[in-house]
Design a protein around this ligand. Structure first.
Ligand code: MLT
Length: 234
């Protein structure tokens, strides 16, 4: 398991890389694709997102994202996964820019495969990781460059479930978060309620997002990043 600061090309070379940003970027990406968005294009900067929409002829592009958890001026959506439902996103390309999650995805390009995971699709991703059998680097997006327990909990779930199927080798941090997940698997909210990002979303009125993002396995899709965009792996 790594934080975004620890990612470099050597570390991810020929590895299966999994990016997690439970609250909320990867939960949003999974939701948009599960609701039949054509693709999600992660970008770092707001201006980059606007330019993609201006340059595109077919009118398929929607803009989504946040800064300080709030919708960006002129964008169609913020970063609430609950906005990305089928009636809005079906067959559309969503350009997404968020403070931490989309930056982390961009930082992780260069491994063998780059998967997008959240609690919402965690088992589907695990099954794919096992099927491909390569070494895995799990990258937790965190919040403003800091450790974030929601991501660690999801990474811990991945480690725990893979370890139930086959013996794994991981770091002490990997074992720690596996134990954390196993101790709190029936009480995610109880564990996270004092955490910074959880509290910030609650204070900003996103309680429904918290409930939604902490559900496990409501989708069985595996989003994969290839050549600039994220699509469902067929
Ligand atoms: C991010 O990428 O920084 C987060 O997803 C922020 C948020 O909760 O919207």
């Amino acid at each position: 398991m790594a934080s975004v600061k620890e990612v470099n090309s050597h570390r991810i070379f020929k590895k299966n890389v999994v990016v997690i940003d439970v609250l909320r970027a990867t939960s949003t990406i999974v939701t948009a694709l599960a609701n039949n968005a054509f693709s999600v294009i992660p970008v770092e900067h707001i201006e980059e997102a606007r330019k993609i929409r201006e340059d595109e002829k077919e009118g398929m592009i929607l803009l989504g994202g946040e800064r300080e958890a709030k919708i960006i001026d002129g964008f169609h959506f913020g970063n609430s996964p609950l906005s990305y439902m089928e009636d809005k996103v079906k067959d559309r390309k969503v350009v997404l820019t968020t403070t931490n999650g989309t930056r982390t995805i961009k930082a992780c390009i260069g491994g063998e495969n780059l998967y997008i995971a959240s609690f919402l699709n965690v088992t589907a991703v695990i099954e794919k990781l096992i099927e491909y059998g390569k070494d895995i680097v799990i990258v937790c997006s965190g919040t403003d460059g800091q450790y974030s327990m929601d991501d660690a909990l999801c990474a811990g779930m991945i480690i725990s479930l893979i370890n139930n199927m086959k013996n794994i080798i991981t770091t002490d941090l990997g074992w720690t978060i596996k134990e954390l997940y196993e101790a709190y698997k029936y009480d995610f909210h109880g564990l996270l309620k004092n955490c910074r990002h959880y509290k910030r979303l609650k204070e900003n009125g996103f309680e429904e997002d918290l409930k939604y993002c902490l559900q496990t396995d409501i989708y069985d899709i595996v989003p994969i990043y290839r050549e600039g965009s994220i699509q469902v792996l067929k």
